[in-house]
Design a protein around this ligand. Structure first.
Ligand code: 5AD
Ligand code: SF4
Length: 479
């Protein structure tokens, strides 16, 4: 099997941020007509790792495949096309993907016509791509985050030439509208508002894999949200690596606060957004969140570290004092606000004192939820070239210590909810107890309660009866 490289990733190109205007395009498959008869009635299986942007990408790929007559299957053994949609943000995300390819590669030995594809962030990193190309000869299609709109053409190439195709272009990227979507949930939806990231935090691979910050047009976002409201959706999450950089690359004179307000006015019962960068968070945004009851009083505000020197080395563009001032303004203006965050421990050369600044910040902010990570060097990023004198065992100890600190506040918050009644959007059967249903409160707390499956997708009132650190138990309240 010949390996044909249409485009290969290039970290230097991936860093390019020229001040050119965002380009817009629509889906223009070259080979839809020729491909359709060949691919019709075929079965596909997609496995997604990583963030919500990847989940939304899966929905686009599903939409494209279904539009050409393919159907989704739950077992990869039944599939003619397998797509592994990958994440590169930390090494453990990468390791899971290696495990998955290892599990699936035997299927290609059995079926020579099987298309086994890897897409997404992992293969955008040249060294990782080369490793996968060498180690997993069974994988016969590789494409990046920018090539999803070319999926029909790539499948056509693999099917007609039987070559192994690599199409991963490192570029700033454009906004492609009119892509189909087959949504994975019929009451909660993600809506992309901005793609890419220009922040280049020194530890992070995302700006290299997803291109520059480029916003969708205001009216396009509103059109999609309106369709979701009309279809009876209960919750919309506005999505972007940095949602609150929305509009900066367009000359529409609109920012994220304007967009959020316009979507809230469409009447969706729950509006969320993720992820917001503290540097781009304006007072105007805080005022809009405070004003509209259907904008959830929950903000995910990654801090990464509580120490100024570490924040500077991370390239985060704010210091501890500025972050705390922002939190103070949010807490003052938005009663009942829940804050969550991302924190990295063990950044290169992080000292014990610097780490303690993170602990003390956690004690001041008293987050209601948090995601914690041990720093994972990503090839090609500036931090990966920094000296690091902190042994992994020490990083691991700091990680445990941080989790304990966070849990004190999270537990305190959960306890304070006992006895009170909350609106819960019902998701489905509880994972560990089939007798219970589960769902999320407006402040994003997970609640389990005895109920019927007929309530899935509905917002119900639940009284909290018991609190655990990461979840709550409750009972339905008759209205
Ligand atoms: N190592 C550890 N954590 C990372 N994150 C991003 N890059 C890395 C890395 N190299 C974390 C950040 C970010 C979240 C999505 O993942 O905390 O906010
Ligand atoms: Fe990565 Fe920083 Fe961009 Fe977030 S803001 S995606 S952490 S570079």
């Amino acid at each position: 099997m010949k390996t044909r490289i249409i485009n290969a990733p290039d970290m230097v190109k991936a860093m390019n941020r020229q001040k050119e205007e965002t380009k817009f395009d629509v889906l223009r498959p070259l080979h839809f007509k020729e491909l359709e008869p060949v691919i019709k009635n075929k079965h596909f299986f997609i496995k997604t790792y990583g963030c919500q942007a990847n989940v939304r990408d899966e929905e686009t790929m599903r939409g494209m495949l279904e539009n050409i007559g393919c159907t989704s299957v739950n077992d990869p053994k039944d599939a003619d096309i397998i797509i592994i949609n990958t994440c590169a943000v930390r090494e453990n995300a990468e390791d899971k993907v290696y495990g998955e390819i290892g599990n699936l590669k035997y299927l290609r030995k059995k079926n020579k016509n099987l298309i086994l594809a890897i897409c997404g962030c992992m293969v955008e990193e040249p060294e990782i791509l080369n490793r996968v190309l060498d180690t997993y000869r069974e994988v016969n299609l590789f494409f990046g985050t920018h090539e999803i709109p070319m999926l029909y053409d790539l499948l056509y190439e693999v099917i007609t030439t039987k070559d192994r195709i690599v199409a991963i272009e490192s570029k700033q990227g454009e906004v492609v509208e009119e892509l189909p979507a087959s949504r994975l949930n019929n009451y909660k939806a993600y809506v992309n508002i901005i793609y890419g990231c220009n922040k280049f935090c020194t530890y992070c691979i995302v700006p290299y894999t997803r291109g520059k910050e480029r916003s969708r047009k205001f009216d396009e976002v509103l059109k999609e949200c309106k369709q979701l409201v009309d279809a009876g959706y209960q919750e919309i999450t506005l999505l972007g690596q940095n949602v609150n950089a929305y509009g900066k690359d367009l000359d529409e004179g609109k920012d994220f606060a304007d967009l959020m307000e316009a979507v809230a006015k469409l009447g969706i019962p729950r509006l969320r957004f993720t992820t917001s960068h503290p540097w781009d968070f304006s007072s105007k945004m805080i005022d809009v969140i405070a004003k509209y009851p259907n904008i959830m009083k929950f903000i995910h505000l990654p801090v990464q570290s509580g120490n100024d020197e570490v924040l500077r080395k991370m390239g985060r563009r704010y210091n501890r004092e500025q972050y705390l001032a922002l939190v103070k303004e949010m807490r003052e203006k938005i009663p009942g606000l829940s804050l969550s965050t991302d924190i990295i421990v063990g950044f290169p050369n992080e000292t014990r004192e610097e780490f303690e600044d993170t602990l003390s910040l956690v004690d001041i902010v008293k987050y209601e939820a948090a995601f914690t990570f041990i720093y994972s060097p990503r090839k090609g990023t500036p931090a990966a070239k920094m000296d690091d004198n902190v042994p992994y065992e020490e990083k691991s100890r700091r990680f445990q210590e941080l989790v304990k600190h966070l849990e004190v506040h999270i537990e305190e918050h959960s306890k304070s909810m006992v006895g009170k009644v909350y609106d819960v959007l019902v998701d489905g059967e509880s994972k560990n107890n089939k007798e219970m249903m589960s769902g999320y409160t407006e402040e994003n707390k997970l609640v389990h309660f005895p109920s019927k499956s007929s309530l899935i997708g509905k917002i119900v009132k639940v009284r909290i009866t018991e609190s655990h650190t990461y979840s709550l138990i409750g009972e339905l309240v008759d209205e």
